[in-house]
Design a protein around this ligand. Structure first.
Ligand SMILES: [Zn+2]
Length: 117
């Protein structure tokens, strides 16, 4: 079943909103990663270890956010190319419930299962 126009518009709005949120979160994460670097000059072994752990956490969060941003941008590109909602492997329509659960999915149910195996 293909996406109805109204669903398509809603998904596009969600992608735009999520991208705006991701960009904001990335800026925030970059700021806290930078703050942790400053803290590393603080005295004492414990606080250095603590700072490194905090930095690793901030780095991990930043990487996850950047991956999400890439996926959102890729989904918006597919919108602009008119291929949004089509499976990247078999070109069938991706199930609307899959897109509702995550508007950045690129595979239909069948192909996603194939890829997990
Ligand atoms: Zn497929």
């Amino acid at each position: 079943m293909a996406l109805r126009d109204i669903d398509r518009r809603q998904l596009r709005d969600r992608l735009d909103a999520e991208l705006a949120k991701a960009i904001e979160a990335i800026q925030h994460a970059q700021q806290s990663a930078a703050t942790v670097e400053l803290d590393q000059s603080s005295v004492g072994r414990i606080s250095r270890i603590d700072a490194l752990q905090q930095q690793a956490l901030a780095q991990g969060l930043l990487e996850r956010l950047l991956t999400r941003q890439r996926k959102l941008n890729a989904a918006l590109d597919r919108f602009d190319s008119g291929i949004y909602g089509l499976c990247c492997a078999c070109e069938a329509n991706i199930e609307p419930e899959r897109l509702n659960a995550d508007p950045t999915v690129v595979f239909c149910q069948g192909c996603a299962v194939d890829r997990q195996q």
